[in-house]
Design a protein around this ligand. Structure first.
Ligand code: PGA
Length: 245
């Protein structure tokens, strides 16, 4: 039970077609009648192909749209296959996820992530900045060192912390059904908040209706980034309801 202002970010990853938008009716109906909606911010991050149609779908609601990545270049340019923050904004995005581990795995460096964040902020988008350790880093007790590095380099020369939310997503927890232990997660979130002062810090990684009550016992988390479970409106609704029950 909480009456805190909480973020719920639906990260659809590379899933969804125009047909999937029908499933949002259920969510829209729920959210309209949801009495606690003043305490919560919902951000749907669909694949780029669905940003604009989703914006239209959510037109009369408070629900916002985020993109899942952007190019570092603020201007137009000869970058085949890429999309920059300005273009995402022009089709209705207000947020963008940057530094997700699935993109870091493809070769995104901390420096590139830093450039992307700067570019997104300059273009007027808010940023969901992802950090998190691998299982090996966790087992060898390198989590804090790694998070420290990701924060220092990722946020290098950035002052605009009102427009950035940090999402702590341990890589071993994404899509695995595993979540960190309560005490451990509390301490890691605290560590991030000390390192990145005045930032909201969310948790992401296998959040679902079964473990949400447990996660809600950790009172320093400012919200959740939800992958798999966010594609099923029933599960997504359940997670939100249980947070405010
Ligand atoms: P998951 O994904 O909820 O499916 O673990 C979270 C994420 O990658 O943002």
């Amino acid at each position: 039970m909480t009456n805190k202002y909480m973020y719920f970010i639906a990260n659809w990853k590379m899933f969804g077609s125009l047909n999937s938008l029908k499933s949002l009716d259920k969510f829209i109906k729920f959210f309209k009648n949801f009495k606690k909606n003043t305490y919560s911010k919902i951000i749907y991050c669909p694949p780029t192909t669905l940003i604009n149609p989703m914006t239209k779908k959510f037109k009369k609601t408070q629900i916002q749209i985020g993109a899942q990545n952007c190019h570092e270049n603020q201007n137009y340019g000869a970058f085949t296959g890429s999309i920059n923050a300005k273009m995402l904004k022009s089709v209705g995005a207000t947020y963008v996820i940057i530094g997700h581990s699935e993109n870091r795995k493809e070769g995104e460096t901390d420096k590139l992530i830093n450039n992307k964040i700067k570019s997104a902020l300059k273009s007027g988008l808010k940023v969901i900045f992802c950090i998190g350790e691998t299982l090996k880093e966790k087992k060898t007790k390198k989590t804090k060192k790694l998070l420290s590095k990701q924060i220092t380099l990722g946020l290098n020369k950035i002052k605009n912390n009102k427009n950035i939310i940090i999402a702590y997503e341990p890589i071993w927890s994404i899509g695995s059904g595993l979540i960190p232990k309560k005490k451990e997660l509390f301490e890691t979130i605290n560590f991030i908040k000390k390192k990145a002062k005045n930032y909201k810090v969310l948790y992401g990684g296998s959040v679902n209706p079964k473990n949400i009550n447990l996660l809600n016992l950790i009172n320093n988390i400012d919200g959740y980034m939800i992958g798999g479970a966010s594609q099923d409106p029933k599960k997504f609704i359940d997670i939100i309801k249980k947070t405010y029950n």
